[in-house]
Design a protein around this ligand. Structure first.
Ligand SMILES: C[S@@+](CC[C@H](N)C(=O)[O-])C[C@H]1O[C@@H](n2cnc3c(N)ncnc32)[C@H](O)[C@@H]1O
Length: 345
């Protein structure tokens, strides 16, 4: 059985548990401040040196008092120094920038879901009916995390593979498939996503990459491809099939769960490699008193939405039972996130 790259040091995290309520409350506020500074563009501006808060506010038509209050809060948390109405980045900002995607994901994408957890428990609100995540922010957070933490790891795997046609399932805005096709002469790609807005954004991504003749974003339900014989152009000719942060969605229905992996094989009979990445449930127990970023939020958010998520071992068993051989498991940047490199057995 191939071994995973061992736990990366950053998966150990820096959040010491038990988390004192003082730390918890301040962390909640701090996360919102970081997200706001990112959204306003102040974090980017700080890269260029000291930022004049009055000038920055005027240039971006912002309320200078609100900007100053956010900068003061960030200074109190140790992210900035503010002197003479100028903000200067402290070293912690570099750490925050690396993991900004998780703030975008959590604060931007899931704030309503977390805030209404009690209402969900009481049955007063229902996810997907009268309670929603912000899909745009979830997609943006994913893209930020990909850029900062995962891209180079995927590139290392792709560099080892021959492919003429690459298919990405649950492709979002088709960024990954476009980037990879651009990097491989004469290759083509198809990005399949159930969301029409994401597919439309995918067309814009493809145009931006000037790949309209080589990459096609297609709006379709992957479950229809696997279970209802739906065909998407030349997709069944794919040499390499990928999916990122989407596998748990495919497995959500307990009745069809065990059939998903065999159906993937059947739907893409020519694929020699499947690159399937997802975040897993962090291992229970252990004596580690430090939590990494993201995992607690990922696990709670999916529990609140009623979407099961899986351990690494559960995924590996599912692949094995479904007729896929694990070539390797790669620790994939974000905590407890793996890229499973598979081939038909
Ligand atoms: C968490 S996002 C990941 C997007 C992208 N792969 C990434 O890593 O940034 C999951 C994506 O799967 C899409 N999706 C969910 N269910 C789907 C289905 N049944 N068929 C196709 N796409 C689906 C969603 O619209 C969303 O874009």
């Amino acid at each position: 059985m191939p071994q995973a790259a061992t736990l990366l040091p950053q998966w150990r995290g820096e959040a010491v548990t038990p988390l004192h309520p003082d730390t918890a409350f301040n962390g909640f506020i701090c996360a919102h401040v970081v997200h706001a500074l990112q959204g306003l563009g102040l974090l980017d501006e700080l890269d260029g040196g000291a930022v004049d808060l009055a000038g920055f506010s005027a240039a971006h038509r912002l309320d200078a008092d609100v900007v100053r209050a956010l900068a003061a809060a960030a200074a109190r948390f140790g992210y900035l120094e503010v002197r003479d109405d100028h903000a200067v980045a402290m070293p912690l900002i570099a750490d925050a920038r690396r993991v900004l995607g998780f703030f975008t994901w959590g604060v931007g994408g899931y704030h309503d879901v977390f805030a209404h957890a009690a209402a969900l428990a009481r049955g007063e609100r229902r996810f997907g009916v009268d309670l929603h995540r912000d899909e745009g922010m979830v997609a943006l957070g994913s893209a930020q995390a990909d850029r900062a933490l995962m891209r180079h790891l995927l590139d290392e795997q792709i560099a080892q593979l021959d492919f003429g046609l690459l298919v990405d399932l649950g492709a979002g805005v088709s960024e990954r498939v476009s980037r990879l096709v651009r990097g491989r002469a004469r290759s083509r790609g198809i990005g399949i996503d159930i969301s029409e807005p994401a597919t439309e954004l995918g067309r814009q991504t493809v145009a931006r990459y000037q790949l309209s003749d080589r990459v096609e974003p297609v709006c379709a339900d992957v479950l229809d491809i696997l279970f209802a014989g739906h065909r998407v152009g030349a997709a069944e000719q794919a040499d390499v099939v990928m999916s990122f942060m989407f596998l748990h969605d495919l497995l959500a229905d307990p009745v069809r769960r065990d059939q998903v992996v065999p159906r993937l094989r059947d739907a893409f009979p020519k694929a020699h490699t499947f690159l399937l990445a997802d975040t897993t449930v962090s291992p229970a127990g252990g004596d580690d008193d430090r939590l990494p970023i993201f995992s607690s939020g990922f696990e709670l958010a999916h529990a609140l939405m009623g979407v099961p998520i899986y351990t690494r071992e559960q995924y590996e068993r599912l692949f094995d039972a479904g007729g896929m051989r694990l070539r390797r498991t790669v620790a994939f940047g974000a905590p407890h996130t793996y890229l499973f490199v598979l081939e038909p057995a």
